[in-house]
Design a binder for this molecule. Structure first.
Ligand code: WT7
Length: 636
């Protein structure tokens, strides 16, 4: 298989590759890129500055990512499984799609898109559950050069409307509903609500899954199965669209410290090379293995490590519709045994929640097929790491604690499975091509080991964010302004005496709840929409399962019935953002600690939410120091 030429096979090889990537970054990535299918080669590997920012990889090259994910594997493994799909209900049969079948499905779907007016460059919003048609829809967009914007199936109508409007999507692909655990989520009806606010959407393509009754609007809504049925079976496949290396591949919205999510833009060639290289190396994937990432395709982990990374490497990727605790907390392990899974990639929050169920769900589970364990999304605490290592990996599987972000496109700092000596709760070392820098509060880069500060990256890599959709200045301000000449991650970090990196969490007003990024300002905006609310402040607090929980301090207009209002606020947040953003705690207060200039002192609120009552630091600059005592007394 082609990737064997750049799959690292020793710690020594990793160190050599890392040095080579520093000495000659362009030569390093060009050598990897030469293994892929190109319609036309690049005339320049890299052009960049972090001022604007302007980042171009493989400029002048023409290609299509789906040919690299599908067509190029047909000769050697057309009949190998590309996707194994496990349904939510264990009694329903699973499905397997070979590379040949997947290519055929993608081409058919691509033709349906074309017939319904989707053109190269159009933005298509995808709001579906975890069924094979979701992966097929994503790839069908990429096949014809349409830009997909997948919105996680847990987001509300309002969130979808915001995202559709921001990207002026012309089409929506959805399902009648989605099965998730014991629940049945009415996706189409949520889309109908969202579309009352979106006038750019011309067509909605609906895939049948739950048989939930839906209302179809004439001229706008079509059933996928009817459209597929109408296709001329004898017609040959349309060729894949020839894309510029730097054409956008997708937009994915993520939260920042302002109230409005940003549309992170990734492009075709660089993203492909980067997700492929990192997949093949971090997990040390070997031909024939079964690889299982438990994420949802609605998040970047699913984009990069269920769809594009594994498929570009010709891997077998397992896609699971349900949740780890349905019908019981042994479900993931049952799936591992059922398909003899070699690699499992999941989130610390899932590990902690399964840990909390004790040993019973592990009884009668073999888990002997597992070779590599991965985690992503948040710092993994040592206890969860040890449990994963002992109970799931039986002490014999390497754990890769992979640090990266929606903006980085792929894994940045991580052990290479079995090669890098691990340290629990450390993401360990940067991958080849990645140059981390730790900055002090004055903006100076800290040299040497045994330092901590804010994590930046000082050289471009192929998978990095190119812009925020429709607002390049926002991209510059957010990521490139704080430390001129560097990409700023928003994370705090330390580099220990061995040069190992440990990510300590966000340093901005962004929370990480169950591995999902939530901006405190977004939650505040949602809470403030409730009629009884005057003002609110949201901070995080340590939560044993979710990593961080959401703590909201709320000022109301008048004496309210607290229980009632609390319930209403939760409903409001669910309606505006989605249930993932629901506060765990709501404390009603009569005032918030503010400076004389009116700025909320979040540091104080954070400390109180964390239960640190005595060490609040300087409170003398507060407008009204007495509110602090009241807040302390009312702490939940
Ligand atoms: C933020 C990115 C990367 C895909 C899933 C989340 C945190 C991510 C780790 C890790 C410590 C981590 C960071 C980062 N994070 N992985 N292994 N150790 N923290 O993507 O929603 O873009 O969130 O998740 O704080 O900035 P995302």
């Amino acid at each position: 298989m082609s990737f064997s030429s750049y799959q690292l096979n020793s710690l020594e090889a990793y160190r050599k590759a890392y040095q080579e990537s520093l000495r000659d970054p362009e030569g390093f990535w060009a050598a990897i890129a030469s293994d892929f299918l190109w319609h036309q080669k690049w005339d320049q590997v890299l052009e960049w500055n972090f001022r604007e920012p302007k980042i171009q990889w493989f400029r002048g090259a023409k290609m299509n990512i789906t040919e690299n994910c599908l067509d190029r594997h047909l000769d050697t493994q057309g009949d190998q499984p590309a996707i194994i799909w496990e349904p939510n209900d264990p009694k329903e049969p699973h499905r397997t799609l070979s590379y040949r079948q997947l290519l055929e499905e993608v081409c058919r779907f691509a033709r349906v898109l074309g017939k319904n007016g989707v053109r190269k460059g159009d933005r298509v919003c995808i709001y579906m559950g975890m069924i094979p048609e979701l992966a097929i829809a994503v790839l069908a967009c990429a096949r014809i050069g349409a830009i997909h914007s997948v919105v996680f199936g847990g987001f509300s109508a309002q969130s979808i409307a915001d995202r559709i409007q921001d990207a002026s999507c012309s089409h929506v692909i959805t399902c009648d509903g989605a099965f998730r655990g014991a629940r049945d989520i009415p996706l189409k009806s949520v889309i109908d609500d969202a579309l009352t606010q979106c006038n750019t959407v011309k067509k909605v393509i609906v895939c049948r899954r739950t048989k939930t009754p839906v209302s179809m609007i004439q001229g706008r809504d079509v059933w996928l199965e009817d459209e597929l049925e109408k296709l001329d079976r004898s017609a040959s496949f349309p060729p894949a669209e020839s894309m510029d290396a730097e054409d956008p591949l997708f937009i994915l919205y993520t939260s920042g410290s302002t109230g409005k999510p940003k549309g992170v833009v990734h492009t075709c060639a660089g993203y492909m090379i980067y997700t492929n290289y990192t997949f093949v190396n971090v997990f040390q994937y070997k031909p024939g293995q079964v690889y299982f990432c438990t994420a949802d395709i609605g998040w970047v982990t699913g984009h990069s490590y269920i769809v594009y990374g594994p498929l570009s490497a010709g891997a077998t990727t397992l896609m699971f519709e349900g949740i780890p605790t349905f019908p019981d907390a042994g479900r993931l392990w049952e799936i591992v045994d059922k398909f003899r899974v070699d690699t499992i990639y999941t989130a610390p929050t899932a590990i902690r929640s399964l840990m909390a169920h004790g040993e019973a769900p592990l009884r009668n589970k073999d888990l002997g097929s597992l070779k590599v364990l991965g985690t992503v999304g948040e710092p993994i605490n040592e206890e969860a790491w040890q449990w994963y290592h002992e109970k799931i990996g039986k002490g014999k599987c390497p754990i890769v604690d992979t640090w990266w972000q929606t903006e980085t496109g792929g894994i940045m700092i991580s052990p290479i499975a079995g090669l890098t000596p691990e340290k629990p709760s450390f993401a360990t070392l940067p991958l080849p091509g990645i140059q981390p820098a730790i900055m002090d509060e004055k903006g100076k880069e800290l040299q040497g080991n045994g330092v901590s500060g804010n994590l930046c990256i000082k050289f471009p890599w192929p998978g990095m964010i190119r812009t925020t959709y429709g607002d390049h200045e926002r991209c510059r301000k957010n990521y490139f302004e704080a430390y001129p000449g560097y990409y700023f991650t928003g994370d705090g970090c330390l580099r220990d005496k061995d040069g190992y990196y440990r990510i300590t969490g966000r340093v901005d007003d962004v929370l990480n709840v169950s591995g999902h990024r939530i901006g405190t300002a977004e939650v505040e905006n949602a809470i403030n929409m409730h009629t009884d609310v005057v003002e609110s402040a949201v901070v995080g607090f340590p939560h044993p399962i979710k990593g961080q929980g959401i703590y909201a301090y709320v000022i109301c207009h008048h004496q309210v019935k607290e229980e009632m209002t609390r319930k209403n606020i939760l409903e409001t947040v669910t309606r505006v953002i989605g249930s993932i953003a629901k506060p765990d705690k709501i404390q009603f207060v009569s005032g918030l600690p503010k400076t004389r200039s009116g700025k909320i002192m979040r540091r104080i609120l954070r400390k109180i939410a964390e239960g640190e009552m005595n060490n609040l630091g300087d409170t003398t600059t507060l407008l009204d120091p007495s509110v602090v005592d009241e807040i302390k007394k009312g702490k939940l």
